[in-house]
Write a new protein. Structure first.
Length: 132
C-alpha cells in the first residue's frame, strides 16, 4: 500500500521524474528533442465546492509565470462540460526553466493549498510537437 501524498509539489516532481526517466531509455529520441521546449498540459480537478477557489488560485499564477525568463506559454482553460476541471497549457524553454518555475514563491504558495482544492492528484501530461 502506498503512503498518502500530501503536496502538489511532490506530485509534480514524481510526474516530471517519470517523464524524464521514461525518455532516458530512448537516448536517440531524447537527444533530438533536447533543444525543443517542454510543453505540457496540467489537469487539475477541483473538490466539490472548491471550483472558484481553485480557479482563483490558478489565475494568480498567470501573470508572474508569464514574466519568468524561461516561460514561453501559460494559459488556463476550464472544461465547458465539466466545470471545476482546469487545464493549464504551459511551455518552458527547458527543464531548468520549468524547475525554476516550480521553485518560485508564488507557485509554492499555490502548491501549499492544493490538498485543500484538488479532488485528485494533479496530472501533468508532457507533449511533443509533431506539426507546425
Amino acid at each position: 500500500m502506498k503512503p498518502p501524498i500530501k503536496h502538489l509539489g511532490y506530485w509534480l516532481c514524481v510526474l516530471m521524474f517519470t517523464a524524464v526517466a521514461g525518455c532516458a531509455s530512448q537516448p536517440l529520441k531524447r537527444a533530438n528533442t533536447m533543444n525543443q521546449p517542454l510543453v505540457s498540459l496540467a489537469v487539475l480537478k477541483a473538490k466539490p465546492g472548491k471550483q472558484e477557489a481553485l480557479k482563483a488560485g490558478l489565475l494568480t499564477l498567470i501573470e508572474p509565470t508569464r514574466a519568468e525568463p524561461g516561460n514561453l506559454d501559460y494559459v488556463l482553460f476550464e472544461r465547458r462540460d465539466e466545470p471545476g476541471t482546469f487545464y493549464m497549457r504551459e511551455a518552458f524553454k527547458d527543464q531548468a526553466a520549468l524547475d525554476a518555475h516550480f521553485a518560485t514563491p508564488y507557485f509554492q504558495r499555490f502548491a501549499a493549498t492544493a490538498d485543500d482544492l484538488l479532488s485528485e492528484p494533479l496530472q501533468l501530461i508532457f507533449l511533443e510537437q509533431v506539426s507546425n
